[in-house]
Design a protein around this ligand. Structure first.
Ligand SMILES: [Zn+2]
Length: 423
């Protein structure tokens, strides 16, 4: 339990730092760390590192020299700050990615301006998730300013490439032992779920190709060939007809938001076949067609079963005897993750949310994946959640923004949580 006085002092320090949280969020937004290609990472890592240094943290920069994404033009640079108390454990690590998706043309505000208006800050990353990084930094600094000394360790990292899978970011930090079960007890990822929600895991991903194999012929005599595009069309219909009703029967107990994502889903990301994209067309029957499928699965489904269902639909179509032929190739697999129900991290965060917001949080699951997969699978740290300002729906949207009130509230919650776990 945290002594009341210490908690009150820390909360007051966060509120007093409101302008600083907004300013830091704005400074981060004004660095266009757009991914792809992964621009401005070194500058952004330095900006965060300098801020962490000011608050007395030991700062280390981690360049991913061995990875293919790392180049001289677009270096992959992560930053970690460490503040050790009287002992090294327990250790709580707050980790936010500072890469952002490119803004499209539908913005009415400057995506890299960091404009503040009517209690909100605008810009790419205002929600996902430069605001979360700023809130985490100020949360930890508020503890120092309140004069509370730490028992354990607190770390903050700013990482790259989450939007493209996080392999050069959090995955790399886990591989290199910076986030690992033998030194890290708890990880909070300030992704935008809003100050009243704690995200305790995400669905899995099975990305795969199906390739239809046809037979080329002159387009004026299609009966002499076999159109791979026609076969793919039939397969797409079969997938919907067979899978949709089955998936509609399954509902995760993880309270995934939005509600419709509580069930598994299937999206066709791309279809290409024949002479797609070529300026000059010749009359040919398409001999191949490839579709990219994105099947999201809930923790209650196993990857083996998900795979078998797909293979079954494909082979049933082949078995009809009309000569169609397909092959399936895996492209990417991410297993679902779920924080243990009795996690001390969830307990500490929940009581902090209750204290700051006046009512307990909603525990939710995420429809898409985020860095928790790497923390849990590579780092082996199971006590990991996402908690950060702004509703998820703002992420990747035009005129992305975050309410300043949210920023402060989530920083207060993070500060109380760190205090409870390592204070
Ligand atoms: Zn994010």
């Amino acid at each position: 339990m945290i002594p009341h006085q210490a908690a009150d002092r820390v909360l007051a320090e966060v509120s007093a730092a409101t302008d600083e949280i907004v300013a830091l969020t704005g400074d981060l937004i004004r660095l266009p760390t757009v991914n792809p290609p992964g621009a401005g990472y070194r500058e952004c890592a330095r900006l965060i590192g300098a801020r962490l240094g000011v608050m007395g943290m030991d700062v280390a920069y981690v360049d991913d020299v061995g990875r293919p994404e790392h180049s001289e033009r677009h270096p992959r640079v992560n930053v970690i700050g460490l503040l050790e108390g009287t002992q090294s454990r327990p250790c709580v690590h707050l980790s936010g990615h500072f890469d952002v998706v490119p803004p499209r043309e539908d913005w009415t505000e400057d995506p890299f301006g960091g404009l503040v208006r009517d209690g909100r800050i605008y810009g790419r990353g205002a929600s996902d998730m430069k605001s979360g990084i700023a809130a985490a930094v100020i949360a930890v600094d508020a503890i120092r300013r309140a004069g509370v000394s730490l028992r354990g360790t607190v770390e903050i990292s700013g990482t790259v490439d989450e939007e493209s899978g996080g392999f050069a970011g959090v995955a790399y930090l886990c591989e290199q032992g910076h986030i690992a079960a033998d030194r890290t007890d708890y990880v909070i990822i300030p992704e935008p779920f809003g100050p009243d929600r704690i995200c305790v895991g995400h669905r899995g991903v099975y990305w795969f190709y199906v390739i239809a194999h046809g037979y080329a012929a002159h387009g004026s005599m299609p009966h002499l060939g076999r159109s791979a595009i026609d076969d793919m069309a039939e397969l797409l219909m079969a997938m919907r007809a067979e899978l949709d009703p089955v998936m509609a029967q399954r509902l995760s107990t993880m309270s995934i938001v939005p509600e419709a994502s509580g069930r598994p889903s299937l999206n066709v990301n791309a279809v290409s076949g024949g002479q797609a994209g070529e300026l000059q067309q010749s009359p040919c029957v398409a001999d191949t067609c490839r579709a990219t499928f994105d099947r999201r699965f809930i923790p209650e489904e196993s990857l083996e079963d998900v795979r078998a269902e797909i293979a079954q639909i494909v082979s049933a179509l082949e078995a009809k005897g009309n000569g169609c032929r397909f092959t399936i190739e895996d492209r990417m697999i991410v297993h679902p993750t779920r924080t243990p129900e009795e996690s001390p991290l969830v307990r500490a965060l929940s009581s902090a949310v209750s204290a700051v917001r006046g009512s307990p949080p909603q525990l939710v699951g995420s429809p898409g994946t985020y860095d928790q997969k790497h923390v849990a699978r590579i780092g082996g740290v199971v006590h990991c959640v996402a908690y950060g300002p702004c509703p998820l729906t703002e992420a990747h949207q035009p005129d992305e923004s975050c309410a300043i009130e949210d920023l402060v509230a989530s920083a207060q919650v993070m500060a109380l949580t760190v205090l409870e776990l390592v204070g």
